[in-house]
Design a protein around this ligand. Structure first.
Ligand code: SF4
Length: 247
């Protein structure tokens, strides 16, 4: 069995038991909680005053961040600089989920801020004509794996209640899984991303569009057209117009 298959087998074996637990479904952190990085929750708190629904989501997200605290629940804690909570609109209609923070994300405490992050911004703003600040962007793992290695099953199991709780708090209309790990986690499958992408799936009743990770697009620019096709489907699900060429 491949490492990936083992990862999925582990996750499937554990089912969704973690997500059903109270609060965010994990034991208290071993270290005392610390104040969340301002940048990680600023959007949630600031936008929270806008209306009651937004406020509910912002409050829930702030509680999740407090629950994470100075998390030591998996071995990635020892090598990280910051916990990357994710950021954006607490009532985002659209939520992007990637794999894990990279080095720049680890430095800044923000998701998708490196070159791949800039490409994601372009996809959202230049392609979809949406504001990055209006979506939510996060990862399956909140801490950087050493040398950007693949996430391991125990790390995913330890961290997934936080993402589950974030999805419940934000309640997006559409989820986009960026790359194989996010797509596999959201869809609970081990199918190759090349077969998954472009095919809508489901995560607890929320449509999921699996697509290529922006880091893959940096290495394989020809695949951008596939991602654009996927984003057009997402725009359709959101009831938004699909910009034409040159718009
Ligand atoms: S990856 Fe998740 S579970 Fe592991 S230490 Fe970081 S926040 Fe905690």
């Amino acid at each position: 069995m491949s490492e990936l298959d083992e990862t999925l087998a582990d996750l499937l074996a554990h089912g969704r038991f973690l997500s059903g637990l109270s609060s965010v479904g994990v034991a208290p952190p071993s270290a005392a909680p610390v104040e969340p990085p301002a940048a990680a929750v600023t959007g949630a708190v600031a936008t929270g005053a806008a209306d009651e629904r937004t406020d509910d989501s912002a409050v829930a997200l702030t509680a999740i961040r407090e629950e994470i605290g100075d998390c030591r629940r998996c071995k990635l804690a020892s090598g990280r600089k910051t916990i990357v909570f994710g950021q954006g609109n607490p009532r985002a209609e659209l939520m992007f989920v990637g794999e894990a923070p990279g080095s720049e994300e680890d430095e800044q405490g923000l998701a998708f801020v490196g070159r791949a992050g800039q490409l994601l911004t372009d996809i959202i703003e230049k392609g979809m004509k949406m504001r990055r600040a209006d979506v939510w962007i996060g990862n399956v793992l909140k801490c950087r794996p050493p040398q950007n290695r693949n996430p391991e099953p125990d790390e995913i199991l330890s961290c997934q209640p936080f993402l589950e709780a974030q999805i419940r708090a934000i309640r997006p209309r559409v989820l986009v899984g960026l790359g194989k790990f996010a797509a596999h986690w959201l869809l609970r499958t081990a199918e190759p991303i090349s077969r998954l992408r472009g095919r809508l799936g489901d995560h607890d009743g929320i449509p999921v569009m699996p697509t290529y990770h922006p880091a893959y697009l940096l290495r394989n620019p020809a695949a951008k057209k596939d991602v654009w096709e996927d984003m057009k489907t997402v725009l359709g699900l959101l009831g938004r117009p699909v910009p034409g060429p040159g718009e």
